[in-house]
Ligand binder design. Structure first.
Ligand code: CU
Length: 146
């Protein structure tokens, strides 16, 4: 009897939560890495929420991370322009339409999220990246809508 109850309890814990397919979570760490190389949402998502968890311990000034989205053809130029935009602008060019969405910069132990509309993004070749200086070469991946 006791064993049956334990098993029931474990299976409840293991049951997957009803995931919201329009909400994605990604991690960044102190080794300058995201835990994902690809992210995607179905085209039925009108809005997407991306949450970035910095799982490291280093401060934002040394190992800050954000999550930015651009067309793959644009992201390197956006990241380069972001370096001169400075930390106050999350290392992203201000009011630049090439930046399709972005979070703020966070340091170790912090989280941030951004919600954006998917209008016009379906089928596009998109890249997500961290715009902290020097990070985008390692911290990037593909993003797909639909
Ligand atoms: Cu970073």
């Amino acid at each position: 009897m006791k064993k049956a109850i334990t098993l029931l309890f474990l299976s409840t814990l293991a049951a997957p939560a009803l995931a919201d397919e329009c909400a994605l979570v990604i991690e960044g760490n102190d080794a300058m890495q995201y835990n994902l190389k690809e992210m995607s949402v179905p085209a039925t998502c009108k809005e997407v929420t991306v949450t970035l968890n910095h799982t490291g311990k280093m401060p934002v000034t040394a190992m800050g991370h954000n999550w930015a989205l651009a067309n793959t053809a644009d992201y390197q130029a956006v990241a380069t322009a972001g370096m001169s935009a400075g930390a106050d602008n999350n290392y992203l060019p201000k009011d630049d339409p090439r930046v399709l969405a972005h979070t703020k910069l966070v340091g170790g132990g912090e989280s941030t999220s951004v919600t954006f509309k998917t209008d016009g993004l379906a089928g596009k070749d998109l890249t997500f990246f961290c715009s902290f200086p020097g990070h985008f070469a390692m911290m990037k991946g593909t993003f797909k809508v639909g």
